[in-house]
Design a protein around this ligand. Structure first.
Ligand code: FPP
Length: 256
């Protein structure tokens, strides 16, 4: 890293107030976050794992707000994977309740801020009440033109690609498209994120460095940042540090 970049990184590390858009060299248009570490946070504080998830919802509000304030176009959050059903009944129940509480308490503010909510994943396996609330949040905000907020719930990227493939196969079968006409865009258009830009910055908290079946297709050229901090401790300042790291990356998309 050059001296100037080091100086700016150091200045940022010392300055803990939220940054404004003009303070960044460049900002991503689409940020994705794997909010990892709620369980370890709970353990560290001798608390029940559900309490860790609840704490992880508290900072979520701030992170969404800051994303919107910075004018970032899209934010994708991994809230519940298809594999998370394998956790204890108590933990799954707590997460389901948190989602219900989150959408019920936040929807007015999000809608007022022109945020458009989209659920990535298969809602059909969700409990009825949650399904209703998620559908309602999507419907109420579908015409909004501000921050695109994608929340992945009962989501798996491979399953998403299988779904897209099946839809395209049906189109081939009924003659809507010829196999040779299928492009990368055709596939993008059949993902949950159809019409959205690919991910620019992928953040996974807690020091783990893997994708865990999250947005595999959309992350093709994403930059990755892996803060050590556990998700409930991921503050707006930590977020700014990740965005600053992104600003220092030289993105070549396979070119020179
Ligand atoms: C991973 O931490 C986190 C999750 C499986 C759930 C994330 C959910 C939230 C932050 C709150 C609910 C979301 C919404 C949209 C209201 P982990 O439990 O795997 O942590 P560990 O690896 O330390 O055990």
């Amino acid at each position: 890293m050059k001296l100037k970049a080091w100086k700016s990184a150091l200045a940022l590390a010392l300055k803990k107030t939220p940054r404004t858009a003009s303070e960044f060299a460049k900002l991503p248009e689409h940020v994705a976050i794997i909010m990892d570490g709620n369980g370890r946070w709970a353990k560290k504080h001798h608390l029940n794992v559900s309490r860790g998830h609840r704490q992880g919802t508290e900072n979520l509000r701030e992170i969404i707000r800051h994303t919107d304030d910075l004018g970032i176009r899209a934010l994708s959050l991994y809230a519940f994977s298809t594999e998370n059903w394998n956790r204890s009944e108590e933990e799954v129940g707590a997460l389901m309740q948190l989602m219900l509480d989150f959408f019920t308490s936040e929807i007015d503010e999000l809608d007022a801020k022109n945020v458009r909510i989209l659920i990535l994943g298969d809602k059909s396996r969700m409990p009825e009440r949650q399904r209703e609330v998620l559908r309602e949040a999507e419907k109420r905000t579908e015409k909004n033109t501000g921050l695109q907020l994608n929340i992945a719930i009962n989501y798996g990227s491979r399953a998403e690609i299988v779904k897209a493939t099946r839809e395209i196969a049906v189109m081939v079968k009924n003659g809507t498209i010829r196999p040779e006409e299928i492009t990368e865009e055709t596939i993008s258009d059949h993902l949950y994120t159809a019409g959205q830009k690919d991910v620019d910055l992928m953040i996974r908290t807690s020091g783990e460095q893997r994708l865990s079946n999250f947005l595999l297709y959309q992350n093709a050229y994403a930059e990755f940042v892996f803060p050590e901090v556990l998700w409930p401790d991921f503050s707006v300042h930590e977020y700014d540090l990740a965005l600053e790291a992104y600003g220092r990356r030289d993105r070549r998309f396979g070119g020179r």
